[in-house]
Design a protein around this ligand. Structure first.
Ligand code: SF4
Length: 192
């Protein structure tokens, strides 16, 4: 833990990624939202702009959110498990995820979301501790600290699999996000 205030995150040097990053990429969206979306790590665009999910993946994500009547800026808070870009967009290693976890925990505590969406296997492993293929994990409600958690495909995977056919990853992700949108409309007492 390098600090107890999220404001300190922008100067964090707790792991090796501090030496290669341009920006610490913390969040975008609404910190008072009931929904929090957690991805893997910033890419090149995110590193350059200091904002998560602003490249091609981010635009794809925003479109999917709008497709199910979720406003990307008002209906959710968006962040990543890792706040600094791994070189060449490689997957974060365990030590980096562990070093950055305290910042993610501060975000979870501050936002206190009712529902969490995890995009891709790294985010699923970071929060739920589950290793596995997203084909099996996506679309299945999970629970973490009494919050409903929905794993979905990462938008970068959807860009590599652009088929619009029914049952293709894009269609499945839209359905998963529609399920999330419906869940947000349910009373707080709804069970998993
Ligand atoms: S990735 Fe996380 S732990 Fe590593 S330097 Fe960036 S903010 Fe700190």
């Amino acid at each position: 833990m390098t600090g107890s205030n999220l404001d300190d995150c922008s100067s964090c040097k707790a792991c090796e990624l501090a030496s290669t990053r341009q920006s610490v990429v913390i969040s975008r969206g609404n910190p008072n939202a009931n929904l929090m979306l957690i991805g893997e790590a910033p890419g090149a665009q995110e590193d350059a702009q200091g904002v998560p999910f602003v490249g091609r993946s981010g635009r794809a994500l925003d479109q999917l959110l709008r497709d199910v009547d979720l406003d990307p800026e008002h209906d959710l808070y968006i962040c990543n498990a890792i706040k600094c870009r791994p070189p060449n967009n490689r997957r974060p290693i365990k030590a980096e995820l562990a070093a950055c976890r305290s910042w993610l925990d501060l975000q979870l505590e501050a936002v206190d979301p009712k529902v969490i969406v995890l995009t891709g296997a790294t985010a699923v492993e970071a929060i739920l501790g589950i290793k596995g293929g997203m084909t099996q994990l996506r679309g299945q409600w999970q629970s973490w600290n009494e919050r409903a958690v929905m794993p979905i495909f990462h938008p970068s995977y959807l860009l590599r699999n652009p088929s619009k056919a029914a049952g293709a990853p894009l269609d499945l992700t839209r359905r998963d996000l529609a399920t999330v949108q419906q869940r947000l409309c349910e009373p707080c007492s709804a069970s998993n």
